[in-house]
Structure formats: C-alpha cells, structure tokens
Write a protein that binds this ligand. Structure first.
Ligand code: PAF
Length: 287
C-alpha cells in the first residue's frame, strides 16, 4: 500500500493502473476510520481492482464554529486499519495547500442550489459547496471509475450523484447502506465525542427513522404525522436536542406533504450537547 501526498504523484499512479487495464475505485474519507469506512472500502474492493482511500479533513466543508480544528486526525492508525483489511493500493492524504493551492476560500467551487436548501444544508452554511468542491478535486486527482459513499450522509450522496451526472465525470457513484452499532446507532467519527449518558440515549435517532419506516409500511402517508412521531421519539431522550426532522423527495431533496408513489428520505439531526448526529431512512412507496 502506497501513501501519496501529492496530486501529480496520485494522478501518475492512477494512470499507470488504468494503462494496465485496471478499474479504479475511490473511497473518499476524512480519516478517523471506523467500521463504517472499512465497509465502504470492502465494497470498493468488490467493484474495482485498484482501490484508493483518500484521507483529507476538508476545511471548506466546516462552517465557522464547527469542529474543523477538533476533528480527529489519526493518519497512522488509519493506515494501519487499512493495512489490516488488505486490498487497498493507495492512501491519498494531501495537505490543505495541495488541495487548495491558491488559498482559501477557493475560487473554483461547485454550487448545489436547491439540493442544499433543506435538511443539513439549511443549518450548515456552505457545507455542501465545500463537499462538492473537494470531491471534484479528489476525482481529478484520483481519476476513479467508481466512488463509494455511505448512505448515512444521504444529502451528500444525492448531491454528489447529481453533480457527477451533471458534470459528466463518467464515474459510477456507489451507495453503501448505513452501518450501525448493535443498538442501532449509525456509526460515525463523531460518536467518540459522546459521554456515556449521551451514548446511551443516542439510539433515539435510529428509533425515530425506524418508526417512520414502520408507520409507512402500515399505510401512514401524512408527512406532518410522520415528522411529529420522529419529534416525539427524540423528545423522549432528555439529553437530545432536535435540530430538524424532515421528509423530502429522495432525488430533488424538496419537502413533501403527503407520500405518493415514489422514493423519499426521512432524515433528522440531533445534538447531544455540542455533538451533532444524523440518521435517515429511504421510504419507497409502490404504485
Ligand atoms: O463524507 C465525508 O467523509 C466527507 O464529506 C467527504 C465525502 C470525504 C468529503 O470531504
């Protein structure tokens, strides 16, 4: 496994692998790797025969006051974790200067318009433009045929799918289901910030989205009633503070009032003190 820091070196390795007829896979991460990331890597290994994992804590996707400075940076442990599962060819770990050579904020960004208006986008100013802008740079550096992203960041995934299609990158975006702890909590690098009492209550997020799925299965179609149920479940955890609970169309990410045949996303964000957790589920309504 090679550790590469420079874009030019990354491009050369990617081109050499492609010249040998290999299908290139990329798993973009911000490091602090956990079981969820390793599941994405395993998925990439199934779909590609040359796998790059990028590790870069991207400054442009953190709003002022968010946890950019505190975000865990554990490159050595991350490299070890990737070595231990095997099958990763390259770890691409650029510096901020390498990714943004003209400084911050960058001139070249990718806008997200309406897709960033609801859900997390309503509360994290500039976050998704930061994500699209860095993922574009990662695609240009790593030149993958496929890229794997987790469904936990459902809005990010929908935006990146749309961006990739609209800009004609020719990269297949692969969605990996949410990986959960035994009690249902979606695995996240931020779970490590929770104290024991908060950790105990954190499964309210998954309980809320599971309850929506169940109610939809039994015929509920009224979005206000479904959102109310999510809010009540979160309110049952005294340490939890709901930021939002929403149901949107899964493609255009706009709110809906009733569920017609189609695909929707029920999603929520909850604070435990300063730690912000998210979860979601896809709702499929058949014709
Ligand atoms: O999901 C993440 O870890 C980040 O948003 C990503 C896609 C690596 C971009 O920095």
């Amino acid at each position: 496994m090679e550790l590469i820091h420079a874009i030019a070196a990354m491009q050369a390795v990617a081109d050499a692998a492609r010249d040998k007829g290999k299908r290139l896979g990329l798993v973009p991460t911000m490091g602090a790797l956990h079981r969820g990331h390793l599941a994405l890597v395993r998925e990439a290994k199934k779909k590609a025969d040359h796998v790059t994992v990028s590790i870069f804590v991207n400054p442009t996707q953190f709003a002022p006051g968010e946890d950019y400075e505190e975000y865990p940076r554990t490159l050595e442990a991350d490299v070890e974790a990737l070595e231990s599962i095997g099958g990763v060819d390259v770890v691409f770990a650029p510096s901020a200067e390498e990714m943004y050579p003209f400084g911050l904020p960058p001139f070249a960004t990718v806008g997200v318009r309406d897709l960033g208006r609801h859900l997390c986008g309503a509360f994290r100013e500039g976050h998704f433009e930061g994500v699209t802008s860095v993922v574009t740079r990662l695609f240009l550096a790593c030149r993958p045929d496929i890229a794997v992203f987790g469904q936990k960041d459902a809005q990010q995934l929908a935006i990146l799918k749309r961006m990739t299609a609209e800009l004609g990158f020719g990269i297949e975006i692969i969605r990996h289901p949410i990986v959960r702890e035994e009690d249902g909590l979606a695995i996240s690098s931020r779970n490590r910030y929770l104290n024991p009492a908060e950790r105990k209550q954190a499964p309210v997020l998954s309980q809320a989205v599971r309850s929506v799925s169940k109610q939809v299965e039994t015929g509920e179609r009224d979005v206000a009633a479904l959102i109310d149920a999510m809010q009540q479940i979160v309110a049952s955890a005294p340490l939890a503070r709901l930021q939002y609970a929403e149901i949107v169309d899964a493609e255009n990410l706009q709110p809906v009032e009733t569920l017609q045949p189609g695909r929707y996303l029920a999603a929520l964000a909850v604070f435990f003190d300063g730690t912000r957790l998210i979860d979601n589920t896809t709702l499929e309504i058949a014709q």
